[in-house]
Design a protein around this ligand. Structure first.
Ligand SMILES: [Zn+2]
Ligand SMILES: [Zn+2]
Length: 147
C-alpha cells in the first residue's frame, strides 16, 4: 500500500507548475480532500468548503474535482448503491483495489504479479506496451459486516 500523506504538497506543486492560480477556494478544496481518510462524495466536499472563509462555490468544487481526476490526483469509484465517490491517489504507475461496497481503495505499486502473463505472451511473440488493471471486491471491514 502506498502512503498518500504528502498528497496536498504534491498537488500544490503540480498546480503551481501548470500556473494554475491557487485561490482561496481552491486551496480550501485541496486541503479538505487531503484530510480525508476514506472516500468522499463531491457533495460532501461542496458542503464542507461552502463556509464564509473558504467561499468555494459548487461549480468551482465540481470543476476542481474533475480537474484533479483528469490529472490523476483523484480516483472515482462507484459504490454498490450506484453513487460516485472519490479518493486521493498519486501519479505514477500503480493499481487500485477498490471495495465496491464502501469505496475503500488500496493502492498497489509494482506489477510483479504480471511476470507470468508477460512471459506467456512473449511466447506468442506479443510485446506488452501498457496495461491497466483495476481490481474490485470487498474490503476486510465489509466482509466482516456481511457475516
Ligand atoms: Zn469496504
Ligand atoms: Zn502495473
Amino acid at each position: 500500500m502506498v502512503d498518500v500523506t504528502d498528497w496536498e504538497e504534491r498537488v500544490t506543486v503540480a498546480l503551481r507548475e501548470q500556473h494554475i492560480r491557487l485561490t482561496r477556494p481552491r486551496r480550501a478544496i485541496i486541503h479538505w480532500i487531503a484530510s480525508q481518510t476514506t472516500v468522499f462524495s463531491a457533495e460532501a466536499l461542496a458542503v464542507a468548503v461552502s463556509t464564509p472563509l473558504a467561499r468555494a462555490g459548487r461549480s468551482t468544487v465540481y470543476r476542481m474535482v474533475d480537474q484533479l481526476r483528469e490529472q490523476g490526483w483523484l480516483t472515482r469509484v462507484q459504490t454498490e448503491r450506484g453513487l460516485y465517490a472519490y479518493s486521493r491517489t498519486i501519479l505514477g504507475h500503480h493499481h487500485h483495489a477498490i471495495c465496491t461496497r464502501c469505496g475503500a481503495t488500496l493502492l498497489i505499486r509494482g506489477c510483479a504479479a504480471l511476470d507470468e502473463l508477460y512471459s506467456l505472451l512473449s511466447e506468442y511473440g506479443f510485446v506488452v506496451r501498457h496495461h491497466l488493471i483495476e481490481l474490485t471486491g470487498l474490503c476486510r471491514n465489509c466482509q466482516q459486516q456481511r457475516r
